[in-house]
Write a protein that binds this ligand. Sequence first.
Ligand code: UDP
Length: 324
Amino acid sequence: MRICVTGGAGYIGSHACKALAEAGHEVIVYDNLSTGHRRFVRWGPFCHGDIRDTVRFRACLREFRPDGIIHFAASAYVGESVMDPGKYFSNNVGGTLSILEAMRDEGCPAIVVSGTCAVYGQPGAVPIAETCPPNPINPYGASKLFMERMLADFATAHSLRWMSLRYFNAAGSSAQGEIGELHEPETHLIPRVMFAALGIIDAIDIFGTDYPTPDGTCVRDYIHVEDLARAHIRALERLLAGGENMALNLGTERGASVREIIQGVAEIAGRMVPCRDRERRSGDPAILVADAARAREVLDWSAQKNLSSMLQDAWSFFAAQKGA
Ligand code: UDP
């Protein structure tokens, strides 16, 4: 396949490019480098552009004639989305609309998009299957749900083929260490715990210790970024082979608490990680764990890497960054 990857200079996008190239596919990266890294573009040509620039994106499709698109380019901070919803609706909804219009006009048939478990909001029960009614509680989740709605409507009108992969918490990095999780600012738990272990920050703040969970801290389903990358390739292969349009959850189906992550990092780092108990962060559900049975069935895929390998790979990446 020849695949255009939007957001291919970012964390999950660059891992998808690597996995695509390793599987023998051609990759074109389209990215505005607002949060991505030029040095993460290593597996094919680079088009510098914004997804909202439909003319530029159409020119990229015309030049490379990809078989399909994997769309990662998005704004992805829940807290920021509450403070600046316009940015999220512009980038995530407007940007996706621009891509869909370009695909329609250039005859590009299939797209796999980066969805999120944030579309479920505060779910009534866990594990969460796709049958759980979406009910996002922040503009980020709402923008991604709206994106799925646009995909369905473009599919009906223009025979576009699509899958949305609703990830739980992406973690880890390529074992080779050439790409990894580099956000600015970094708000995610695993990188911040590692920063605390490396002395880059004073301590990790634990947001909430009174949740109805075994140790009082929030439980999340962390999934290795390489498992996510593989799922995107499978999804695009399925679509191009005539598979159904749909949204699928991607997770390991195992939860880990904030304290378990801190303990796991302490073991790998061989040192205590300084922590501070803090108030709950607003909008955090107590437990988010995937039911990924549908992805297993449809994509013949399951997560292969466990939490300890995610933490080990992430640690190698962050320790090397600090040394660099
Ligand atoms: N968290 C925390 N301290 C931090 C960052 C995150 O305690 O510095 C908690 C957060 O409240 C949530 C979990 O870690 O329960 C995962 O948060 P993250 O921001 O990594 O991902 P999210 O689940 O929000 O997508």
